[in-house]
Ligand binder design. Structure first.
Ligand code: NAP
Length: 480
């Protein structure tokens, strides 16, 4: 059961931007509509544009309301927008922060201040510096940082160092919206709260692990952004790394943020570092290619025709821990794949006790589009004898409870308001993840080899199938 949240004052930088209009304000509305927001909680929207609150609200009405897909009523909406005020603040203008400080201080009802930087990361340093000049970095202030937090280890360290000059680590909330997914968080109770799983969740019983984030869409109109980003930076270093942490971590001492984050850090630190030769052998990068119906990546708007940016990556990784030594972790993500899914597959070792043949169980944990946990079991075939056949035991998380399931961003916003850091990345975790992907980025930057091709709307390049076939394994869609 969800509890009413603390009173709060949330300042959203980048409030006129796409993220604020499409996600932040609609998700705050959902929390409001569910009766979770404190009646006096206030949302102070700021950006560079010169306008007053009435003009901003007109923009919210046209650009944001359309993204409220559920639980909309006019009365609730009118009530919600009364929480919103607008102020012009150019991040690069120290004088504007005096106005901001006055606006925040004018409110005496709460000292629970949240600053959400929904702007390009180049603004984080000036924003933090200017916030500090007017005292908006005091211990009661939390700062939320949107991704991308860097494009490599160096730039990530730079951002974190800039922010750390003004904010203590326990004031910093780094967003990775995958952490807001119920089905990812559910891995902790699933693993450590059920006697079934924890005993067999290790190298003695598990043969391999697959983690997939697949998108059906191509780069659409975002070619310019995507071409300087690519699949590794966009998905692996952050979201896939979080999925890996939750699957592979040891039991934390407690559910306190730092105990959980300590265990996640140990997973990332245990990833075997890759040499350039390892990258050649264990990492597949590829681009989707043209079909009669669909453009290839190189034909997309704003993508250079000689681009080597990967729209697909598959990695064979290993973890150097007693629990996992020798177990391959296959990580992959891509655009224009056969279906949209985010899932974790645990392939168990085949057990043959001489009675029913060598049967291998499998557990598939889906995060999207459906939230399900599917166990492949072997059961008696109907009829004479005791031959077995595979069957699926399905847990549909959507049916476990009648409680409303909030979108990831709403859950994260609620956590920030109440000051819980569990679902946010700590600096050391983030930088360790960058450290691990750097040899891949360096290898690609120094290579003249072009990415492999894969047919748009397929399951990726043949080379990614070969990567698993080498170990005698296959991706989920190729398994029986
Ligand atoms: P956007 O649509 O380009 O909006 C940028 C915002 O920054 C606008 O509100 C703009 O205000 C403001 N801004 C620009 N220069 C400023 C300045 N000097 N001072 C104050 N404000 C300034 O960007 P977005 O898509 O919302 O993304 C924001 C951040 O979130 C980016 O880092 C992006 O990578 C990240 N992100 C976005 C999404 C998404 O779905 N959009 C998802 C994940 C992460 P004006 O309009 O007033 O100029």
């Amino acid at each position: 059961m969800s509890q009413k949240l603390n009173n709060f004052d949330m300042v959203i930088f980048g409030a006129t931007g796409d993220l604020a209009m499409r996600k932040l304000l609609p998700c705050l509305y959902q929390a409001h509509a569910a009766g979770l927001l404190h009646p006096k909680g206030r949302i102070l929207c700021v950006s560079r544009s010169q306008m007053d609150t009435a003009q901003f609200l007109a923009k919210v009405q046209s650009d944001s309301k359309i993204h409220v897909k559920k639980n909309f009523t006019d009365a609730l909406w009118q009530n919600f927008i009364q929480r919103i005020e607008y102020l012009t603040v150019d991040v690069t203008q120290p004088a504007h922060f005096e106005d901001l400080s006055q606006a925040v201080k004018a409110r005496t009802e709460t000292d629970n201040v949240i600053i959400y930087l929904s702007t390009a990361p180049k603004f984080f340093a000036p924003a933090c510096e200017n916030l500090a000049k007017v005292g908006l970095n005091a211990d009661n202030v939390r700062i939320v940082l949107e991704k991308p937090l860097g494009t490599d280890l160096y730039s990530s360290q730079q951002i974190n160092t800039d922010v750390a000059k003004y904010f203590k680590e326990n004031q910093v909330y780094r967003i990775d919206h995958y952490l807001g997914k119920e089905s990812l968080q559910n891995l902790l109770p699933l693993r450590f709260g059920n006697v079934f799983f924890e005993q067999v969740w290790n190298k003695d019983f598990i043969q391999s692990v697959q983690i997939t984030i697949a998108e059906q869409l191509g780069v659409e109109e975002r070619g310019e952004f995507y071409d300087i980003t690519g699949a590794l930076r966009d998905m692996v270093q952050n979201h896939i790394m979080q999925m890996l942490c939750f699957v592979a971590m040891e039991q934390p001492k407690s559910l306190n943020a730092d105990d959980v984050r300590d265990e996640k850090l140990k997973v990332v630190a245990a990833l075997k570092p890759m040499t350039s030769a390892d990258v050649d052998k264990n990492v597949i990068r590829a681009q989707y290619t043209q079909t009669a119906e669909q453009k290839g990546y190189l034909q997309e708007h704003n993508v250079p025709t000689d681009s080597k940016t990967e729209t697909y990556v598959a990695i064979r990784a290993e973890l150097d821990t007693p629990r996992w030594v020798g177990v391959p972790f296959y990580l992959r993500t891509g655009k224009r794949l056969a279906s949209r899914t985010a899932e974790i597959v645990l392939n168990f070792k085949a057990q043959d006790n001489g009675l029913f043949g060598a049967n291998a169980n499998r557990l598939v944990i889906s995060l999207q589009p459906d939230e399900t946990i599917v166990a492949k079991l072997f059961v008696k075939q109907v009829g004479s004898g005791l031959d077995v056949q595979p069957a699926e035991m399905v847990l549909d998380m959507g049916k476990v409870s009648d409680e409303r399931r909030a979108e990831a961003y709403e859950l994260l916003l609620r956590e920030v308001i109440d000051g819980r850091l569990n679902l946010f990345n700590r600096r050391d975790e983030l930088e360790k993840a960058w450290e691990w992907v750097m040899p891949i980025l360096d290898n690609w930057a120094n290579s003249s080899v072009k990415p492999y091709g894969y047919i748009a709307s397929s399951w990726g390049p043949k080379e990614a199938q070969d990567l698993l076939a080498r170990d005698g394994n296959a991706w989920l869609e190729d398994q029986v």
